[in-house]
Structures are given as C-alpha cells and as structure tokens.
Design a protein around this ligand. Structure first.
Ligand SMILES: [Zn+2]
Length: 683
C-alpha cells in the first residue's frame, strides 16, 4: 500500500570538514535517487537534511585554529551545502543544528522525556576548575603521570609513556584552561535507559519489512551484547543548554540532539513555506508518514535503535519505517583517509567533472550490500562504454537519423513486427521495473536496467539497419524510427532520478517540456512530433589524460589538504637493539575475534573489547576509541599480544594488548587478509 507521504532524511554531515564521495555514496546519492523517483511518480515527498554542528570535535578544531566553534561550522556548512547543490542533491531543506529553531525543538524533546520520567539521573566525580567555575573535560586537565612521572601528562593519556590516565588520579593536576588546581566534584547527568527499551526495540525491528541483512545483523549483535544507558547530557560549553534550572554548563550530548535535527529542519522548511504548522503532518502522523533514514553503516546504531527508542519515549513523533544503510566505499582499493588526503573531495571534484559522470559512476558502485571501490580507470570505462557508447549513442543516432531523413519529425509507423512489439513492450515496462527496484533500494540494479534497455535498442537499430531500409523499404524505415523514438522517450523518463541534468538535455533534444513517468507504457511521442534536427551529443567521453591527472592528484600529497588535519610529518623509525629468535618467540601473538566492544565511561580514548581467543573469553582495553566506533569492531579478527602481564585501567583489567599501526594522527588495527579462526598463532 502506498503511504500518504514519504519523509526522507540523509545523515546530517558533521560540519568539521568537507565531505568526500565516500560519504556521498553512503547517505546522499541513494536518497536523492529515491526522492527524485517518488516525485516523478507524483508521490508526496519531503527530503530533509542539514549540518550537525555541536560536539567536541568542532571545539577542538576551533581551538587548534584559534577560531570560534561557530566560525568552523559556518565555513564547512557552506562548503558542504554548495557541494551537494552542484551534484544535484535535491533537499527540500538543508538546515543547521546551530540555529535557534533546532535549540527549541531539541530542548522540547529533552523536556518531554525528562518530565515524563523517561530519563534517569546518576552522579559521578569530575574535575572542576574553581577559577573558571566549570567542569573540565579530560583533555582540559594536565598533571604528573602516575605511571612514569612525566610532569606534563594530559588528563586522558600520557604522551610520554602512552598509558591511559584517569584524570582523578593525576598527580599535581592543573587546569589547561586557567592553570588553577582543579578539584574533584560530583556532577550529575541525565541518562537514556536504552537497556529498558530492548524488548520494545526487538519487537519494533521484527515488525519492519525488507531491512537489509547487514542492518539486521548489526542490531542483533547489539541485542546480544545488551543495550546500555547512554548519557544524554555532558559538561561542555558548545552545545544546546540543558533546559532545566541548576544545569548551567551542561549541554545535550551531540548524539542526542543531532537526529532531532531532522525534525527541526522540517519545522524550518514549514516556516519558509509560510505554513508554520505544515511540519506536523510530516512528523506527527504515524500512520500516514513513511519515514526513511539514509545513512552509512557507522550510523546504524543511532538510526535503527537509539532514535526510534527516543521518538517512542517522546510519544508523538513518527518512527522510521526503513533504514537502508550502505556499507563503505573504498578508494582505489584503500580506505578513504582524511589525514593522508587519500580522498576525492566533493567540492573539489565538481570543479573538474560533470555531475552526470560522478552520479553515474557512483551509482554503478554503490556499496549497497558490500563495500564498493572507486577506481578512476573504471570510471572512464563505464562513462565511455556505457553512458556514451550505449545510451548516448542510441539516442544520438536515432534523433540524427530522424533529423536527416524524416524532416526531424517522429515518423508515422506502419504495422509493427514481432521485434518492434518486443522492444516497445520492454520500453513500456521499464518504468514499473525500475520503480520496483528503487522502492526496494536496489539502485545499482535499477540503473543497470536503464542501460539494458538502451543496449537492446542499440541491437535493434543495428539489426533493422534503417540506413538500408531507407532506400529499400521506406515505410519500414519509418516504423523502425518511430519505435526508436518511443524508446528514447522512455529512456528519458527513467533516467531522471539518476542523471537529472542529462534528462533535461534529452528532453530538449526531444523538444518536450517533460514526460510523465506513469505514461511510460503508452506511445510518448506522437507521429509528427518535432525533434531537434541536429542533436548535440548527450554525454562527453573521458580522456586518458583526465584519469592520469586524477591518479596523480591522489598519489601526490598535496599541501593544501582541505581537511582540518595537516599532513603528518615523517617520523624517523627508532633504532632498537637486535633481539634473538627466541626472544621474539617469547612474545605470544594470537588471532582473536572481537565479540563485543564498548566505550569506557569517562575515558575518551578507551574501548573495552571482549574477545574470543580459541574459545576462551578475554577482555582487553585499547586506546582506539577516537579511530573506531565500537560497533565497527565487532566480528573483526585482530592480532593480540596474549602473554602480556594484565594491567588495570580505569578500574578494568586489560588482559593483553592488540596490534595497531600508527600513521600520523591515525591508528589502524591489524587484521588478517583472509578469515582465520581465533586463537591461532601469529609469527
Ligand atoms: Zn606517563
């Protein structure tokens, strides 16, 4: 059954840097194809997004650059917004979480949860700066390391010995902001008891249909691990103030306010329409609205579990019907890396490439059910071989032929042959076929179906050979070109969601204002309809030089890396004395499978990992929380030092350590090239 309206969201990009095509493949291009298709079918659709602008990463960037957090967000909001516009991502509204409308909606959300008793309060100890009269984040405290005696250790980790620090145990602590001696004080925070929502969430997910297997798999692994309470508030000055008395210096955690941005962006849209209440029909009609969140897989936890539970606790808002998360996109076989500038930045690449070429290639490699890989040479092959030689060529030769021999008018057909009817039937059915695939979020297959039709049409043109018929059997030539013109028209209709600019150009060649999707089954162009007499090419070919230039850009480490992170300096490899073979063998390295992972409260860098090592459980704490989402590690096979003496960190025992490579400001876990059972010897 068709819902009354579709509310579609793309994950809010974080305004702490530009976005790259890997992001576009995850949450934006698929959503745009989906909404363009729905609009073409005449469905009621609203497509909502905006930038996520709070949280510590932006304050850190601002501090490093000597700017205010809002200046950082201003800059990247504009860069991201303009990049999306140039790619043709057709949001109905693209807002910002730093706007007053968002503050109001997020505070109302919090207040309603608070007043209805949906939140819990808990007390913990945190260092407080008496001079500035504020709590300090771990990184805002320095002091003497209780492991090694280093006198300038940070409150979360000692830079000298590399060990994690509990700021409350730091000797001679001082505030990095004022220099004052901080004192431990009790601080109270509000928590969302997600664990209590587990039965409801299980039921919620069980009653959704057609979710991608990897999304369901992620949810199931969290259920098995059991969901825990999540702090909703924190002591920080860049965020939405907690709307309660005696809560100065406390703001909403960014994970909590960010998804509420979908609601506030809709409210802003309604205000722009001059119908301030119009947002309500989208967010308050649980029966009539189909809410679909497009996200990358790193966001599944927040959109498939947390936000639905929050909305249910709130009681009024619509809950997601579908969360078609994509997997990750790689670049030339490697991961995108902001710090090494191994990326294709959206705002830069659009200066050199047409949106059509980028959208086409990206759609062919969308990471729908497994990771995808962007390869420049592959882009050239596909754009040239498929867009130009297949689709573009068929359209071009048809319109040109009609221009030369039929006075640029769609010819009147005679009786149709079996071949004619078969191709007309295929053209007539393509709209429904592609629609079904798009509604099932199978965008790659949907685009392939467009190319299959133009491939069949090319073969038909070749087989019928109208250039011969023109002399030998002119009425038959007219019929063939009539059929080809109908296929061009059908192609122009179904091309729209994928390549909106090419659709416009094709409609100009066909001299139509627009063609309706639902009319795709009928003859779209009447006999006698005038076409452009001398068609220009629909697409342009990609040259080898263009590809070489892009490859060179990737391998040359540019100095003006647009990301906040500077190019890491080459560090000399330390020279260590030789060890004997036996000494090396004394270190037991084993494979281990991560069965569960979670953050350690009050330790920004630490993840607590539960491992399976040859059937035996083991717990390891690792300082990789800044580099990996805990969810992303579950199921991975890693390498551990198994016979390291256990040590205690933040009251938790760590039985061994894992192997990771450090590259500049990035840390990469070592894993195995092929699946290996856990507990295997590594040597
Ligand atoms: Zn130390």
């Amino acid at each position: 059954m068709t819902p009354a309206r579709y509310l579609v969201t793309s994950a809010l990009p974080y305004a702490n840097g530009p976005i790259h095509i890997g992001h576009v493949a995850g949450a934006y291009l698929p959503a745009d194809i989906y909404v363009r298709y729905l609009r073409a079918r005449g469905r009621e659709v609203l497509y909502i997004c905006g930038t996520d602008e709070y949280g510590t990463a932006i304050t850190e960037t601002a501090r490093r650059q000597g700017r205010a957090p809002l200046e950082v967000a201003d800059e990247y909001h504009a860069v991201i917004r303009d990049g999306f516009a140039a790619l043709g991502i057709s949001f109905d509204n693209f807002s910002r979480t730093s706007r007053p409308v968002h503050t109001a909606i997020a505070q109302e959300f919090f207040t309603r949860l608070h007043d209805s008793g949906a939140l819990r309060q808990a007390t913990s100890l945190q260092l407080y700066d008496p001079e500035l009269q504020r709590f300090l984040a771990d990184r805002q405290v320095r002091g003497t390391c209780y492991h090694c005696g280093h006198t300038d250790a940070a409150g979360d980790q000692c830079e000298k010995c590399g060990k994690d620090i509990d700021p409350l145990q730091l000797k001679e602590p001082r505030s990095a902001l004022s220099g004052a001696t901080p004192e431990p004080r009790e601080t109270k925070h509000w928590y969302f008891p997600l664990g209590e929502w587990q039965p409801w969430l299980r039921d919620y997910i069980a009653t959704r249909k057609g979710w991608r297997p990897h999304v369901l798999g992620f949810c199931e692994s969290w259920f098995q691990e059991e969901l825990r309470d999540r702090a909703v508030t924190r002591d920080l000055d860049w965020g939405i103030p907690v709307p309660l008395p005696d809560h100065e210096g406390k703001v909403l955690y960014v994970w909590f306010d960010a998804p509420i941005g979908y609601i506030s962006s809709t409210v802003e849209w309604a205000e722009q329409q001059g119908r301030p209440d119009a947002w309500k029909e989208w967010w308050l009609d649980r029966e009539g609205t189909k809410l679909v969140h497009f996200i990358g897989k790193d966001n599944i936890f927040f959109h498939a579990l947390l936000f639905p539970a929050m909305c249910e606790a709130h009681g009024a808002y619509v809950i997601a019907e579908d969360v078609p998360a994509n997997e990750f996109l790689n670049l030339e076989g490697g991961k995108f890396s902001t710090s090494r500038n191994h990326a294709v930045w959206l705002h830069e690449v659009l200066a050199r490439w047409s949106a059509d070429d980028l959208r086409y290639y990206l759609t062919t490699i969308l990471p729908e059910n497994s990771d995808g890989d962007w390869k420049w040479a592959d882009l050239r092959e596909r754009v040239n071989g498929e867009l130009n030689d297949n689709l573009g060529n068929f359209v071009q030769r048809t319109i040109k032929f009609i221009g030369q021999y039929f006075e640029a008018q769609v010819p009147t057909p005679g009786e149709f042959t079996e071949d004619d009817r078969a191709l007309l039937a295929a053209a007539g059915a393509v709209g429904e076929q592609i629609g079904g695939l798009i509604e099932a979020y199978e965008f790659k297959r949907a685009l392939r179906t467009v190319l299959e039709l133009s491939g069949a049409a090319n073969a038909y043109f070749q087989h019928q050979a109208p250039w011969k018929l023109r002399r030998e059997d002119p009425p038959r030539a007219a019929t063939v070109l009539h059929v080809c013109a109908q296929v061009c028209a059908a192609l122009s209709v179904v091309l729209g969601p994928f390549l909106p600019a090419a659709q416009r150009r094709l409609w100009d060649l066909l001299q139509v204002e627009s063609l309706a999707w639902d009319a795709a089954g009928e003859p779209l162009l009447a006999a006698g309809h005038g076409l452009v007499a001398e068609p220009t090419a629909l697409f342009a070919k990609v040259t080898e030089e263009q590809i070489e230039a892009e490859s060179a850009r990737l391998s040359t480490k540019t100095e003006d890396a647009p990301a906040a992170a500077a190019e890491p300096e080459e560090e000399p490899i330390p020279e260590l004395p030789l060890v004997t073979y036996d000494q090396f063998r004394a270190t037991q390295l084993l494979t281990a499978t991560v069965t569960a992972a979670e953050r350690v409260p009050k330790a920004d860098r630490l993840l607590k990992l539960q491992l399976d090592v040859g059937g035996k459980p083991r717990q390891i704490l690792a300082g990789v929380a800044q580099y990996y989402e805990p969810e992303a590690l579950v199921g991975q096979t890693i390498i551990i030092v198994a016979n390291l003496e256990p040590r205690k960190l933040r009251g938790e025992v760590s039985e061994g350590m894992l192997l990771a490579a450090t590259d500049g400001d990035d840390v990469v876990l070592l894993t195995t090239m092929r699946p290996v059972r856990s507990g295997r010897q590594v040597s």
